[in-house]
Write a protein that binds this ligand. Structure first.
Ligand SMILES: NC(=O)c1ccc[n+]([C@@H]2O[C@H](COP(=O)([O-])OP(=O)(O)OC[C@H]3O[C@@H](n4cnc5c(N)ncnc54)[C@H](OP(=O)(O)O)[C@@H]3O)[C@@H](O)[C@H]2O)c1
Length: 279
């Protein structure tokens, strides 16, 4: 898609596609991930989010492969540092400056990029926000390898990070089941001038248990079994309505969602467009 951006396409620009979860595993084929990314691009999506911890780098590799076939300059590529997986379910955290620098090198290689547009700290605790870490990522940004810096999280570490003035992006849950304290935190984020990227916009509407008829459902069941997912339907609207809620009532600037299904991708893009139409 080239030339002037239509109003519909602006709505799609507010949706990001997450290349995570099953996209880092054999539950979805590489070709399947690539086709979804390609289709998202055709529908007007330009933000693609991933992380080194998603399938121990497999999700980043898949995004890197798909990007080769897309106009790179039109896309925003977002990845993260601080959380790593070495296969299976094992997850390690390391926000030390040397590991973070190495992680950026590795991500660039897997994504086949010389610049990462958005780099997020992946769920650090307040105690993990050190001066050494800030210096390392600021230097990376200064060198031109990173565009904007962000923080992904859900607690008081977000405010602590914003107070440094380094971070222009915050990735955090935005959905109708947030409690008052969480909604107040969202207000503070918006008032700081940072861009608010909503996550978990869809998931709170999904049943905890359902027949494992798609890679996404199998992935969710596995997470429930491992005790790494919530309790199931926390809101009573259809899943894609969560995108509308996040972009309108939740006042997120953008929403990142993931899916393994083309029909869901198309539904989600339509929801983002309808949110923009009604804004
Ligand atoms: N959650 C976090 O802790 C976190 C942290 C940092 C970044 N992120 C980013 O956020 C992205 C989104 O993750 P999320 O945790 O916020 O999950 P989410 O996008 O709210 O929900 C994803 C789940 O919803 C299902 N789904 C998507 N669209 C649907 C639709 N229209 N109808 C029915 N089901 C639908 C998907 O399964 P199907 O495959 O069956 O569609 C998938 O299991 C990630 O990919 C990542 O890039 C998340």
């Amino acid at each position: 898609m080239t030339g002037p951006v239509s109003d519909r396409a602006w709505g799609a620009r507010r949706l990001g596609l997450g290349i995570s979860g099953p996209h880092g595993t054999a539950l979805v084929s590489r070709k399947g991930t690539e086709s979804l990314i390609q289709r998202a691009y055709e529908l007007g999506v330009r933000l693609f989010d991933t992380a080194p911890s998603y399938g121990a780098g497999e999700a980043e590799k898949r995004l890197g492969e798909a990007l080769v076939r897309l106009p790179r300059f039109e896309c925003i590529v977002s990845t993260k540092v601080g959380l790593y997986s070495s296969g299976a379910a094992r997850r390690e955290r390391d926000f030390s400056p040397d590991t973070v620098r190495r992680s950026i090198d590795d991500s660039m290689q897997r994504l086949k990029l010389r610049k990462i547009d958005w780099l997020f700290l992946h769920g650090p605790s307040s105690a993990e926000l050190s001066d050494g870490l800030f210096k390392a990522i600021e230097e990376e940004q200064y060198s031109g390898r990173i565009g904007l810096l962000g923080i992904a999280g859900r607690g008081e570490e977000l405010e602590a990070a914003l107070d440094t003035g380094l971070f222009k992006l915050v990735m955090t849950p935005v959905h109708a089941a947030l409690d008052t304290d969480q909604l107040i935190r969202l207000s503070k984020i918006r008032n700081s001038g940072a861009e608010l990227i909503g996550i978990e916009a869809v998931a709170p509407a999904l049943p905890r248990y359902s027949l494992p008829t798609s890679p996404g459902k199998i992935w969710r069941l596995a997470r429930h079994a491992a005790g790494r997912a919530g309790d199931g339907p926390a809101v009573d609207h259809p899943p894609s309505e969560g995108i509308v809620w996040a972009l309108t009532r939740g006042r997120a600037h953008r929403v990142v969602t993931t899916t393994t299904r083309m029909a869901h991708l198309e539904e989600n893009v339509s929801a983002a467009i309808s949110a923009d139409d009604g804004a």
